[in-house]
Structures are given as C-alpha cells and as structure tokens.
Design a protein around this ligand. Structure first.
Ligand code: MTE
Length: 319
C-alpha cells in the first residue's frame, strides 16, 4: 500500500452531485421519526425485498463529529487490489457479478450455512445505516454512511462453538474478472481476521450499502467488513467465506509484509508505520491534515477489549 501523491479530490464542484440528494433524503427520513433510537441496533427495519429497504433508517448511536465525505470521492478513491494497485479501479471492478452471491459460513459452528446474500439479509431481518469514521493505514480518512448489520448477528445465526476463538474472512478468487489476482506475489485470496470478542463488539459491522444505496463493486459489494477503530485494510471487501477457527488468521498484508502490517491494526497515532507517521491524517476532500485519534475516536466502545493486550505488547497495539 502506497500513499497517493495527487489529491484526486480536487474535483470540479459540478462533478459532485449525489451528496445533496443523500442529505435531503436523510432529512425526510428523520422527519418521519420512525421510533427513537435508544441503543445500538435498535433501528433494524423489517426486510421486504433486497433493494426495497434502501435508504435504510439511520442508527445515530455512534457520533462521528465530522462532516460526511463526498460520495463521489468515497466511491472513486478506493483500495481494491484484486482490480489493481491504483485508487482508480472503479470501472474495472464493475465487471464483478455480485448477484447472485453465495456466502459460506463454516468452521467451529453448530449451524454452518451456505446462503445467497439476499436470503441472508432476509434471515438477519433488515439493515440499518451507521455513519462511521474510516482511517486507512496510508493516512487518508473518510466519514461514510454505511448500511448493513452488526457482525454479531452472524454469530447468532451460526452459533459458534466455545473453542472458536477467531473469525476469518475471505474475498472471492477469480483472476479472469479481477486482473490483480493474476499477480502471483500477492497471497490471494485476500483474507482478514478478528477475535470472537471483536466480532461480538457492536461496532463491528457488515456493510451491504453506502450513502443510502447498495454498495458499488469498488467499495466491496455485495458485502464487506467495517471495523472503524482499525486501519482500513482489516475491512475486507466482497466476502465469500466466513470461518470460525481456533488459530489466529494471517491477513494478506501481514503475510506479505509482517513487519509493516499486524493482526491488531488498531488506529494509534503513537505507533508509526515503519515508513511513515500515523500522527495525522488527510481527510478525503478536505485541505489540511487533522490529528489522528487513538482507536480512531472509538476508545469508549473498544479500548476495554485490549486492556491485557496493551500490557503484553508494551503499548504496541499496531502488531
Ligand atoms: N479488501 C479486499 N478484498 N481487497 C483490498 O485490496 N483493501 C483494503 C480494504 N479491504 C482491500 C480490501 C484497504 S487497504 C482499505 S484502506 C479499504 O479496503 C478501503 O476501502 P474503500 O476502498 O471502500 O475506501
């Protein structure tokens, strides 16, 4: 992963259209006031048909304190190495067929499952929208409204056994569609993992949509992980398999460069990447840098998971 030198967000205002539409729709939904949101996940709406529950109702439990990134930037400045190492892969990614899409959930679970994503959403019972901060290890960041459901809903479906300690996620493998996968020095397919405890944390989210619509391919359609307190490379895209395991999974970047990309990858301004500082970040579309915050500002919700770990790693949460 490399830093992009040109600020591609210096786009003409005329090329940025959809955010105002998005904001006005949010206002309408707010005015409808379908129940007040008192705790996370309270806003799940019943599933009708895959596209009919967009735009979803917003769950306002998690506050971001930042303006939304322009949709046109968040959906065109993307990392998806299966389609190439540049940020500008959205046209190529459109070749991926995402409907139907089978997801397998297996490993140490009582109720393994292979299911089409549409049916999965029916089983889950609905989606909600959450606005999260998102911080890439490359030191750019964005603030984005994701639609989807908490990862813990998957756990309720498949019932992990007590010896399942980690959850491993895997992206599709199809070099005919995704030319990046012809590059054999990458350990495809893209994989990532989290602990069971992290999977149970309400912040851990499976996104199926963004800006009130289904995810475009370049952002990881039809479903991807979102872990807003961790560097973005943990938020694996276009998932085909979720496995419950007892051994710590090794992600693609950790396999490739273990001294640069670790398992925990919690956002931490005090631990520099070996090749650059993590003290500040460049928000997409905003001039000037802002200081990076520990756990990307989500410490109240996640720090307690790392109390013991913090001591054993002598504060080195990046590894
Ligand atoms: N998932 C897959 N399968 N392939 C990738 O190359 N890139 C990761 C992550 N998930 C990546 C992936 C990285 S490095 C980042 S920063 C985020 O996706 C970027 O998400 P975005 O493009 O939606 O902003």
């Amino acid at each position: 992963m490399f830093l992009k030198k040109n600020k591609i967000w210096n786009l003409k205002e005329s090329s940025i259209t959809t955010e105002s539409v998005f904001n006005s729709r949010r206002k309408i939904i707010k005015n409808l006031a379908i129940g007040s949101l008192v705790f996370p996940s309270a806003s799940l709406i019943p599933f009708k048909a895959f596209s009919s529950f967009y735009p979803p109702i917003t769950n306002n439990f998690y506050k971001v304190g930042r303006d939304l990134t322009k949709e046109s930037l968040a959906t065109t400045y993307t990392n998806f190495y299966e389609f190439g190492s540049s940020k500008n892969i959205w046209r190529r990614a459109s070749q991926l067929k995402t409907d139907p899409w089978l997801l397998t959930i297996d490993g140490l679970v009582n109720k393994p499952l292979t299911i089409d994503v549409n049916d999965l959403l029916k089983k889950i019972g609905g989606i909600e929208e959450r606005v999260y901060r998102f911080r890439c290890v490359e030191a750019w960041s964005m603030t984005v409204p994701w639609a989807g459901f908490p990862v813990k809903k998957i756990l309720s479906l498949v019932e992990p056994m007590t010896d399942a300690k980690y959850v491993k996620f895997e992206t599709f493998f199809n070099p005919d569609i995704a030319p990046g996968q012809k590059q054999k020095w990458y350990p495809w397919p893209y994989q990532e993992g989290i602990t069971i405890k992290e999977a149970k944390n309400d912040l851990s989210f499976i996104a199926t949509g963004i800006y009130g619509k289904e995810l475009p391919n370049q952002n990881g359609a039809p479903l991807r992980l979102i872990l807003p307190w961790k560097y973005g490379f943990k938020s694996i895209k276009s998932i085909v398999k979720i496995s419950f395991v007892n051994k710590r999974p090794i992600g693609l970047w950790e396999k490739l460069a273990p001294k640069e990309y670790g398992f925990w990858a919690n956002v931490n301004p005090n631990i520099p990447h070996p090749r650059w500082s993590q003290k500040s970040e460049q928000q997409l579309g905003v001039d000037g840098r802002i200081p990076t915050v520990i756990y990307n500002g989500y410490g109240d919700h996640v720090a307690s998971m790392y109390n013991k770990l913090e001591k054993s790693l002598q504060n080195n949460l990046f590894r």
